[in-house]
Design a binder for this molecule. Structure first.
Ligand code: ZN
Length: 346
């Protein structure tokens, strides 16, 4: 097929978002982060390298002199107790698989006391959520499973780290069905689909997030009645490409109110051929939600919205064989399982 190399260039150059198209290997998609989005937080290479070098496996208290000054064993016990007030890193969910969001909360510390939080050497944004320093990390569905380290660097020099295990996501495959309006189930239509997705992902991936929190309350579901029809993470094989579903589909007849999952700023309200009418909301600190296949857009780009506000009506525009709402949530440019994300806020 002569068109293939051209299409592959698209795929190789532009990491995709909701339907990741994967011809060669996951390596193209390992970092789908929009560089614009992370500019404010990304540590320099030397910064990261330094952090990795100086952080060890165990909690270190740089002020070990106190213990030496006190010869009494009873006081030594007190010192040991004092150490129990070291910051504690808590991680959700308990079992993490590829494509999951990771919630990192720090007990026994304030945001002001924390200098940096790293995941695998990458500096994360953090903020106060329910009076607890909190950071989110999106573990890409194509990122290698295995052991990773979360590192906490305190302003007073203390360094704490925690090892976590990421498990492989079971592969679920489904046949690809292309709606008649997009050419039906033909190799030509599949190639056109892949090409158009690459183009649309350019705009979708360009949605940015700012270092500001637009929400205080929990995230909520985007519909009043929730029935999941297609979960996150399955793949569809077509003419040599694999298209991964990077969001969750909810049952919604045409015209159902679609609600903002939290407060934020509308960054995108636009019509696409494959994604259909799409809205993207920046919730701040790297969290962006996307609502697709809408029949009506009720907001405009730049508008601020509140949690639960009707932003549009559901439909079946674009690549949709029946009416439904597609929801995607990105953390720092990585599309994660939105249901797992919403589970943090139950
Ligand atoms: Zn979907």
């Amino acid at each position: 097929m002569k068109k293939t190399p051209f299409v592959l260039v698209f795929i190789a150059v532009f990491a995709t978002t909701f339907f990741a198209i994967n011809k060669f290997a996951p390596v193209f998609f390992a970092s789908s982060t929009n560089p614009n989005q992370t500019r404010e937080i990304a540590p320099t290479k030397s910064e990261t390298a330094t952090a990795l070098t100086i952080l060890s496996d165990a909690t270190k208290n740089t002020d070990s002199s106190k213990e030496k000054l006190n010869p009494l064993s009873a006081s030594s016990t007190n010192i040991a107790q004092k150490n129990t007030f070291d910051p504690i890193i808590n991680i959700s969910p308990e079992k993490i698989i590829q494509g999951d969001p990771i919630m990192i909360s720090v007990k026994n510390a304030t945001v002001a006391e924390i200098q940096k939080i790293y995941f695998d050497g990458k500096s994360l944004w953090f903020f106060n959520y329910q009076k607890t320093p909190t950071a989110f990390y999106g573990f890409d569905i194509n990122q290698k499973p295995g052991q990773y380290v979360i590192e906490l660097k305190m302003e007073d020099g203390r360094e704490i780290d925690k090892k976590i295990e990421i498990v492989e996501r079971p592969k679920i495959e489904k046949p690809l069905g292309i709606p008649e309006k997009l050419g039906g189930n033909t190799p030509e239509a599949a190639t056109a689909l892949v090409t158009n997705l690459s183009k649309e992902n350019l705009l979708i991936n360009n949605v940015w997030s700012v270092k500001k929190l637009f929400w205080q309350n929990k995230f909520q579901y985007p519909l009043a009645n929730i029935v999941v029809t297609d979960p996150y993470g399955y793949s569809r094989d077509t003419v040599g490409y694999t298209i991964t579903h990077k969001g969750a589909d909810f049952r919604a007849s045409v015209g159902t109110s679609v609600l903002a999952i939290n407060g934020g700023i509308v960054r995108l309200a636009k019509q696409f051929e494959i994604y259909g009418n799409t809205i993207a909301i920046d919730h701040g600190f790297g969290i962006v939600s996307y609502y697709m296949h809408l029949s009506k857009l009720s907001v405009i780009e730049g508008q601020s919205v509140i949690r639960g506000q009707t932003i549009g009506l559901s439909g079946m525009t674009g690549y949709a064989e029946s009416p439904h709402l597609h929801l995607s949530v990105k953390i720092d440019g990585v599309s994660i399982d939105p249901i797992e994300f919403l589970n943090f806020f139950k």
